[in-house]
Write a protein that binds this ligand. Structure first.
Ligand SMILES: Cc1ncc(COP(=O)(O)O)c(C=O)c1O
Length: 360
């Protein structure tokens, strides 16, 4: 666990509980469920990563926070290029003046949308892994591509030994090939760091072999879980580290939880001893499991409710109308469910970051 964590880290949950929920009053008046970001922690995460991967060594992935306000903070921290997963993210970043060097690290066949985006101010590089996506890039008047290479995760990416031929095909179509990308997402959550480092190195052997065949200067790879394990990659695509989630927190990386879903207690069952909060699976992504609550157990989530079992005596304090904060297990899809994040610091709500890069 990070050495700069506060002393009161809870050994069971691994994160610092907001003791007596000191910030909850600050967002009273805001409707729940809502997203709350601890500004100091997010800024510290940004600084820790910028130290490890400064400037263009990091190409932050905006899919994890979907907010140009937050992307601007990363740009201010020195990262000029960004990674996107959707054309809406690319378009939003360009319209916000953050399109200096954007990588769509995903396949698209939407030549119409591409051709509208290339009219905007900015530089766009698109990942391609087939003749079809090369054709869409040229039809969409994109000029620069990366060859997306399979490095072990069964998703996009051509076989490493086909990357060179695809690059030749792209060049013949008039495209500039800037290099390769390969996302080793299947290796992010390996707890044993030595084993993880070994497997990342093996995956990157495939990518560097493909890079030799493809040419170009970029080898783009990596994520939050492998942010410090790359020697061959020229840039790292991490994004979750800014706000974090309990899944990534379990790895003991030097990034702390900055994002919470705040909810209101709408029912207290004094007889059997549970609380009901007004945030359910429509307010939090559940694909990595239940959210965590520092003051007790999460029993289950339904559409609009989470049933909580508090530690200790229920009659102690919990009342209808109390605010609670739940820590989501998966940041990206949780953020995508909301329109804004309330940014809190000691003095209360200090900012509002619109989640303006949502949808496709
Ligand atoms: C293509 C790609 N690159 C990088 C990442 C890394 O993101 P994270 O910071 O969540 O590990 C992801 C996450 O899913 C991804 O899809």
């Amino acid at each position: 666990v990070a050495s700069d964590r506060a002393d009161n880290v809870d050994d069971t949950t691994g994160f610092t509980p907001l003791v007596d929920n000191p910030f909850a009053h600050q967002t009273i008046g805001k409707r729940t469920p809502c997203l709350v970001v601890d500004k100091i922690t997010a800024d510290r995460n940004i600084a820790v990563m910028a130290d490890a991967n400064p400037g263009t060594r990091l190409r932050p992935h905006v899919k994890a926070f979907k907010s140009t306000a937050l992307a601007r903070r990363l740009s201010d921290a020195g990262h000029q290029g960004f990674t996107c997963a959707t054309l809406a993210e690319v378009e939003g970043m360009m319209r916000a003046g953050l399109g200096h060097d954007l990588l769509l690290a995903n396949q698209t066949l939407d030549a119409d949308h591409l051709s509208r985006i290339v009219e905007l101010d900015g530089r766009l590089t698109v990942a391609v892994d087939s003749s079809e996506t090369i054709a869409a890039a040229t039809a969409g008047r994109v000029t620069e591509v990366l060859i997306d290479v399979f490095v072990g995760m069964p998703r996009c990416g051509c076989p490493p030994d086909e990357a060179g031929a695809l690059a030749t095909q792209a060049r013949a179509a008039g495209l500039t090939v800037r290099g390769v990308m390969g996302y080793e997402g299947h290796l992010m959550m390996i707890e044993d760091r030595w084993r993880q480092a070994e497997q990342v190195a093996a995956a990157m052997e495939d990518l560097t072999r493909a890079a030799e065949d493809v040419g170009g200067e970029i080898i783009s790879a990596g994520g939050t879980g492998t942010y410090d394990l790359h020697t061959e990659a020229t840039e790292i695509q991490a994004g979750s580290y800014v706000l974090m989630d309990t899944d990534y927190l379990s790895l003991g990386l030097p990034f702390d939880l900055a994002l919470w879903v705040e909810a209101t207690i709408i029912s207290v069952n004094h007889h059997q001893g549970w609380l009901v909060a007004d945030a359910g699976l429509k307010a939090m992504a559940m694909d990595h499991g239940n959210p965590t609550w520092p003051f007790g157990d999460v029993w289950f989530c339904s559409d609009e409710h989470t049933t909580l079992s508090p530690n200790g005596d229920l009659d102690r304090d919990w009342r209808v109308g109390d605010r609670v904060r739940l820590a989501p297990a998966h940041v990206d899809p949780t953020v995508a469910k909301h329109e804004r994040m309330w940014v809190v610091a000691d003095e209360g709500v200090v900012d509002e970051w619109p989640v303006d890069l949502r949808f496709w």
